[in-house]
Design a protein around this ligand. Structure first.
Ligand SMILES: Nc1nc2c(ncn2[C@@H]2O[C@H](COP(=O)(O)OP(=O)(O)O)[C@@H](O)[C@H]2O)c(=O)[nH]1
Ligand SMILES: [Mg+2]
Length: 251
């Protein structure tokens, strides 16, 4: 487990987990297996653990909601109804008899932990940002008179590969968009779902696109992105694609 490589961080988290009544593990509904935190799950124990799969609104149209075991919850923090909000509060409180209950929210960077808290609290209590690594310290937010939830920075397994973190939206790639845009463009070529998404998102056609260069060139052409002298501005196309990636139907 790591976050900014700070020594003692893991020991701190362990204490936090032991002190909390409920552990809410937020995962990305588009890649549940890839955004789980097995170490946290083990430390929390199944009785206190509530898995919440967020961003269901980004799943491909017509896709079935993932089925989670052990009373897990699927939600879109940005579009949840009042009924869903109440149901989630109920599910959290069902995990403990303690009143007030203290729930600790943990998950990868950018899965929507802060957004989820703001939705529950019905106010902007936690800072939300598309940039991974925005929530720095632990922050307790009161949801109801008998439920308090904590916001914390994103965590992930220590040995996780950088490309995997990028794929999961857990790492800030500003300044290095081109490399990542090429990787993503290659996935677009291979995935029918991503290809259809990109064609619709940017109103273009990828018929005949065989390489990541073709994909970025198609985007540059469609957006009329040129450098001086009339060549396509692939750098800018890469930045546009990277910005759009976080809302793709597959990660
Ligand atoms: N489409 C969509 N975006 C979301 C959802 N929840 C959060 N986001 C976005 O994901 C990004 C990261 O959210 P944030 O709450 O800061 O994530 P955190 O790092 O886990 O606290 C922001 O751009 C949010 O607007 C959701 O349910 N659906
Ligand atoms: Mg946050």
């Amino acid at each position: 487990m790591r976050s900014k490589g700070k020594a003692g961080e893991w020991a701190f988290l362990k204490d936090m987990i032991h002190g909390a009544d409920v552990i809410i593990e937020v995962v990305d509904a588009r890649d549940i297996a890839g955004t789980r935190l097995p170490v946290v799950e083990r430390m929390a124990g199944s009785r206190r653990l509530l898995m919440v799969a967020n961003k269901t609104d980004l799943l491909p149209q017509g896709a079935e909601l993932p089925r989670l075991g052990n009373g897990g919850f699927t939600i879109s923090a940005t579009t949840a109804s009042e009924n869903q909000r109440r149901a989630l509060i109920g599910a959290i409180k069902d995990r403990t008899r303690a009143r007030p209950a203290r729930a600790l929210i943990l998950g990868y960077p950018n899965v929507g932990k802060s957004t989820l808290i703001n939705m529950l609290a019905q106010r902007n209590a936690a800072r939300v940002s598309p940039v991974a690594g925005t929530t720095k310290d632990i922050q307790w937010v009161s949801i109801t008179s008998d439920l308090t939830v904590s916001d914390y920075r994103g965590v992930y397994p220590r040995h996780e590969k950088r490309e995997e973190l990028v794929r999961k939206g857990a790492m800030d790639v500003r300044g290095d968009e081109e490399t990542h845009a090429h990787t993503f463009a290659q996935r677009i070529i291979r995935s029918r779902v991503l290809r259809a998404w990109m064609e619709k998102e940017f109103d273009l056609t990828l018929t005949g696109a065989r390489s990541s260069e073709d994909v970025l060139a198609a985007l540059a052409r469609r957006r009329k992105l040129y450098v001086k002298g009339g060549e396509l501005n692939i750098d800018e196309a890469a930045r546009v694609l990277v910005r759009a990636m976080k809302d793709a139907p597959e990660i």
